[in-house]
Design a protein. Structure first.
Length: 273
């Protein structure tokens, strides 16, 4: 049995299937951890979503910002963009079934020595605290009145955490940190506009995982979301968004021995690292 964590797929279903062939994945034996953004921008979001939904217990996925965007568009809260590739999902006969499944996925996941989140964790959040906060969001997304909840979740403010935040402000900060954050100040104030490399981060901000004395610094966190960062593996950070949808690579890491496997997207060429 092996567990493979896989970076942002974003509807690149052909590359994903090629990666599964490369690693020799068996749903009866192995597990996949998908780091979020399984849909949108790539050519087959529908195929990817159906695979994840039908895979059962062999797949664990956390929600990314593009997954939430799909849910928001479906709920009538957001508009589809010209670069979106989610319309086939919205037009599918089983759309309601697929999006109900997606809405019931986790925002944050932890098991044994690893934790998984799409974007990042704020400096003051431990793994146990992050699980508690994620559960607050998950329960809200799963309510019967979830459309009313969605209507209050968009926005960049507040851009920092306060234990006294309530209702929509509280949920918004949790979602923004876990699905959108790349950099923040040492005090935990988030910048959502920066998408570049580590060489040109605006003054006053640093990668969220480099904040000194971050509470979760001794835990190993698997994340994605930051394609300009690329594949980035240290003792305690495994960042897997290697830009497949931008003709980069789709990356997987086998957690038992940290061996990396990659598919060159577009050409679908396999590579082991």
């Amino acid at each position: 049995m092996a567990t493979y964590a896989i970076g942002d797929i974003q509807g690149c279903y052909t590359a994903f299937r090629a990666l599964l062939e490369l690693i020799g994945f068996s749903s009866e034996r192995d597990r996949l951890w998908l780091v979020g953004d399984i849909v949108n921008r790539g050519p087959d979001s529908l195929g990817m979503l159906r695979f994840a939904m039908q895979a059962g217990d062999s797949v664990v996925t956390v929600l990314g910002n593009h997954d939430l965007h799909l849910l928001m568009v479906h709920a009538g809260i957001a508009r589809s963009n010209s670069s979106d590739t989610i319309q086939p999902i919205l037009d599918a006969e089983d759309c309601e079934t697929m999006l109900s499944w997606l809405r019931h996925q986790r925002l944050f996941y932890a098991e044994d020595d690893y934790a998984m989140v799409h974007a990042g964790l704020l400096p003051g959040w431990s793994i146990s605290r992050s699980l508690e906060l994620a559960t607050e969001v998950e329960r809200a997304l799963q309510r019967d009145n979830y459309r009313e909840v969605f209507a209050r979740l968009y926005g960049n403010e507040p851009d920092y955490w306060c234990d006294n935040w309530k209702d929509s402000e509280r949920l918004r900060v949790i979602i923004n940190a876990m699905t959108r954050m790349r950099v923040c100040s040492p005090a935990g104030r988030m910048n959502f506009s920066y998408k570049g490399t580590c060489d040109s981060i605006p003054d006053g901000y640093i990668p969220w995982f480099e904040v000194p004395d971050r509470v979760s610094r001794n835990d190993t966190i698997i994340c994605g979301h930051w394609s300009a960062l690329g594949l980035y593996v240290t003792e305690n950070i495994i960042a897997l968004d290697s830009g497949c949808v931008w003709n980069g690579r789709l990356s997987a890491i086998r957690l038992e021995d940290r061996k990396v496997f990659q598919i060159q997207c577009g050409t679908v060429a396999a590579r082991e690292c």
